[in-house]
Design a protein around this ligand. Structure first.
Ligand code: AMP
Length: 363
């Protein structure tokens, strides 16, 4: 049976990871009268600036993890690469929300695809690759094209090789350090979209509106809501996201990334990947909804009722990557723009430094 314990006002939520997602979760928790304890090995973590308590320790340090767990009424995480052993250890000490199963599935692309298939959602064709022979056989099956991805630790296009012609396949496995991989069929998608879904401890589910995402150099650049999508497509995307959350007996907010592809009867959705945490493509909810994805996640982790996912404004979220952040004084002058800065000292190329939500009346 699921653990439905709920926290009292003033209790503490533990967060593994101290990046901008942890920071925005901590701010949302504070607005609800909850404290946060951030656990991160990096002493310069942006979330430390806004938390009640901080632990700087390795994710495998069981003494530090135990002290952390004892100080918290529930524990969550802001990144999916929490070591499995750490998740299991924390789950043994109290409420880990979402649970270790969500991590296990999302950390490994092969497990993720097997899970998504068993949950009955549509995905790209895939094959398990551990040798050149596997790769050759899979490419033959997928028409000579595909995307080779490491099973673990890939993000923002890292750990991937695009194969469009036979030469691209030469040395592709080597480029990925001969790590265990999957080959996905190359999808001629029209647009990339996502759904941010939430599920509480009693199994009540709710999802934010479909979001249209544009990437530049494999990094999310903008999220636009409303997305360009028919009602049928929206319903199909929502159904898939809700089914995934229910199949994992999930507690918290999850990002589900999807491709829109041409189908026999109009457009169809294929699920690309899931993120068992608040997601960059849900940052728009901070200024276009009464209850943001961060508040929603904190409510679920605390065992409280979910808020409304309704949207009151149209919105475009724009990430401020690297030195784009230097434009922040200009953003301050825009009447319909809400600036969010993460307090990171150094604007390295590709680093997410902040974002802007530009809102307009709901169309
Ligand atoms: P991922 O790390 O799986 O989110 O992939 C990063 C980006 O690569 C996606 O946002 C897509 O733009 C592209 N991509 C990933 N998988 C595929 C695929 N099977 N076919 C075509 N493009 C893909």
């Amino acid at each position: 049976m699921s653990d439905t314990r709920s926290l009292a006002v003033g209790d503490t939520i533990g967060i593994l990871g101290g990046g901008q997602l942890g920071r925005m979760l901590a701010l949302a928790a504070a607005n609800l009268g909850l404290k946060t304890h951030i656990y991160c090995p990096d002493p310069a973590s942006p979330a430390f600036d806004v938390a009640y308590a901080c632990t700087v320790a390795d994710y495998e340090d069981e003494d530090a993890l135990e002290g952390f767990a004892r100080s918290c009424g529930a524990i969550t995480y802001e990144f999916e690469n929490v070591p499995g052993k750490t998740a299991a250890f924390l789950e043994g000490l109290g409420a880990l929300r979402p649970g270790a199963r969500a991590l296990e599935v999302s950390q490994d692309r092969l497990f993720e695809k097997e899970f998504l298939t068993s949950a009955g959602v549509a995905i790209a064709p895939f094959a398990d690759i551990s040798s050149e022979a596997d790769l050759k056989a899979a490419l033959d099956k997928f028409g000579g094209k595909g995307v080779l991805k490491t099973r673990r630790f890939g993000y923002d296009g890292k750990g991937q090789v695009m194969i469009r012609k036979p030469e691209d396949a030469e040395g592709a496995l080597e480029k990925l350090g001969n790590a265990p991989a999957v080959l996905e069929g190359l999808i001629a998608f029209d647009r990339e979209v996502s759904v941010i879904v939430a599920r509480d401890v009693n199994g009540t589910c709710s999802a934010y509106e479909l979001t249209e995402n544009r990437h530049v150099n494999h990094i999310l650049d903008t999220s636009t809501v409303p997305a360009n999508a028919s009602d049928a497509l929206r319903t199909s995307a929502h159904d898939m996201a809700l089914r995934i959350a229910a199949s994992l007996d999930y507690v918290g907010v999850m990002g589900v990334e999807m491709f829109v592809v041409p189908g026999a009867d109009g457009e169809e959705i294929l699920v690309n990947e899931i993120a068992p945490r608040v997601h960059n493509s849900g940052h728009w909810t901070q200024d276009a909804c009464l209850c943001s994805q961060f508040e929603q996640h904190i409510r679920a982790v605390a065992g409280w009722a979910l808020g409304s996912c309704e949207r009151h404004s149209d919105v475009v979220m724009h990430n401020l990557i690297g030195d784009q952040v230097n434009a922040w004084p200009d953003v301050l002058k825009e009447p319909n723009a809400k600036l969010h800065l993460y307090g990171k000292a150094e604007a390295r190329p590709g680093r997410k430094m902040g974002h802007v939500n530009r809102i307009s009346p709901r169309s």
